[in-house]
Write a protein that binds this ligand. Structure first.
Ligand code: FAD
Length: 486
């Protein structure tokens, strides 16, 4: 049978566009269906790229405030929030344009509209009143995720003007990151509910602007599933920078220019209500897979209890020639995991034999004035997973001159173990908090992913003086031969 396309992808985010780029490179006729005007999905338009544009501005402000320490007479005379937003939009537009051109150069058709899997090999695309059908040998589901609402609260629905109006009227709207990225005014007081990357990145951005930021946490620290040395280093640093954390807390009301929350005292079990001023609430408690559309059920796509599409190691769903990648599948909701999945799915379709994605070694990263990175097992997870003789080496970054010059601090944790009594000790976890730690994540990941023995990993050479030397020093210490650290 002849189809319109070899591969038809629903969704143009990192999962979808990366699949299309690779399948077209492999010689397959490919199209991508996208319901928004621009390609790139959450990551390019409302996620990774705009948040990092704002954090770039935050870093500049942060450096300007520290300029006096170097004898530099620099002052910040104001922040033009609408110009800052325009600069962020320009960064996004540049990246989106680059992707569009790249897709065009690879002869990928972009079909605008809402796609749905009709039946085997047939996808409908609805754009306004117009519905068309396309056929394809393979269909890739890459519809992404959406921000989970705060239990008991609804997201404010309305455009930027309506949000500004609600803030002026002290309604304290509940916003997701989508709306928060488009605000044109600098908030005075913000309450953020959440303890993950999105919560901490926005907290650092607004804090750098001079906004009073309060983060409400359910547990006693952010990043509660991470290595505790890392989460406590992040919390200590952010507190020092002026961000306020309310631990063991849950929001109970928002309105009249304030947020009320209940805090539990874990020592005696007592609860206390507190009310603080707030312009709005950023709800950043996580994302849910975008699989509620009716066609997922009618087409018979198998989902797990959390709504993720169930796939095998190649990304195959339960339906023949239907595949899934990105946030709709189980795993970390991260663009680089979606890229990795996209390569695997594409190469499986082309009959190659790619290495399956190892979700455990995908770097989890929080960006900010210090970055936080978690790759592989924490010591606790390693013991639970049955590794033998698990060792955790915790190394403060105090002796790294570049970290000191930045007036910053950091911690590196190396987790090593043996998988059976006859095997060599390998590095199974690297966890880092420190300036620019995200730039070292790739090197750390390769060590874990390739199961490099610790004594070989510790021979890795990093140029001097660099921040990345902290990783080298920590590996040497884990191997029992510390050089510049005690
Ligand atoms: P998406 O990027 O969500 O793309 C899905 C696409 O499908 C969308 O364009 C959507 O419009 C389209 N779509 C959905 N349904 C249909 C349909 N029926 N028909 C047609 N089109 C449809 N990850 C990182 O790795 N690093 C970061 O720094 C980072 N920062 C983030 C910051 C924020 C504020 C947010 C919200 C997320 C961030 N992420 C980050 C996560 C990252 O954005 C996602 O993991 C990634 O975008 C997932 O890619 P995806 O292709 O699965 O889905």
């Amino acid at each position: 049978m002849t189809y319109d396309y070899d591969v038809l992808v629903i969704g143009s985010g990192p999962g979808g566009y990366a699949t299309a780029l690779r399948t077209s490179e492999l010689g397959l006729k490919t199209a991508v269906i996208e319901m928004h005007d621009s390609v790139g999905g959450t990551c390019l338009n409302r996620g990774c790229i705009p948040t990092k544009a704002y954090l770039t501005a935050a870093h500049t402000l942060h450096d300007a405030h520290r300029a006096n320490a170097w004898g530099l007479d620099i002052s910040v005379n104001g922040i033009d929030m609408s110009a800052l937003k325009a600069a962020k939009d320009k960064s996004v537009a540049g990246v989106v344009k680059g992707l569009s051109q790249h897709m065009k150069a690879r002869s990928i058709d972009v079909i605008h509209g809402v796609g749905s899997l009709n039946k085997a090999h047939i996808v409908s695309v609805t754009d306004g009143d117009n519905t068309r059908e396309f056929s394809a040998d393979h269909v890739i589901l890459a519809t992404g995720s959406y921000a989970s609402p705060l239990p008991g609260f609804e997201f404010f629905r309305g455009d930027n003007e309506a949000i500004s109006h609600a803030i002026e009227n002290k309604q304290v709207p509940i916003l997701s990151s989508d709306e928060a990225l488009d605000l044109e005014q600098q908030p005075q007081n913000v309450v953020i509910v959440g303890a993950g990357a999105i919560a901490l990145e926005f907290a650092q951005f607004w804090n750098a602007l001079g906004t009073q930021v309060t983060v409400l946490l359910r547990k006693d620290a952010p990043l509660s599933r991470w290595d505790t040395h890392i989460s406590s280093t992040v919390m200590r640093t952010l507190k020092r920078d002026g961000i306020h954390f309310e631990t063991h807390s849950r929001i109970t009301a928002a309105g009249e220019g304030a947020v009320t929350f209940t805090s539990l005292n874990p020592k005696n079990g007592s609860e206390q209500d507190k009310t603080i001023p707030a312009d709005f609430v950023l709800a950043a408690i996580g994302h849910s897979p975008n699989t509620q559309a009716e066609w997922f059920t009618t087409a018979g796509v198998a989902l797990d209890n959390h709504g993720h599409v169930i796939t095998d190691d190649c990304g195959r769903t339960n339906l023949e020639n239907v595949w899934a990648v990105g946030d709709i599948t189980h795993g970390h909701m991260l663009a680089h995991e979606a890229f990795e999945q996209a390569l695997v799915v594409s190469e499986c379709i082309a009959g190659l034999q790619p290495t399956p994605v190892d979700s455990m070694t995908i770097p989890q990263v929080v960006y900010g004035m210090i970055d936080a990175v978690s790759i592989g097992y924490t010591a606790k997870q390693a013991e639970e997973a049955g590794f033998i003789d698990v060792q955790e080496t915790v190394v403060p970054q105090l002796s790294n001159p570049r970290v000191a010059m930045l007036g910053s601090n950091g911690t590196t944790v190396i987790v090593s173990a043996v998988s059976n009594e006859n095997s060599e000790r390998i590095v199974i976890g690297v966890h880092m908090a420190g300036p620019q730690a995200s730039e070292v994540a790739g090197a750390a990941r390769e060590i874990i992913h390739n199961r490099i023995p610790l004594h070989n990993a510790a021979n890795a050479l990093f140029a001097h003086p660099t921040i990345s030397e902290s990783l080298g020093e920590s590996l040497l210490k884990a191997d029992g031969r510390p050089l510049n650290v005690r």
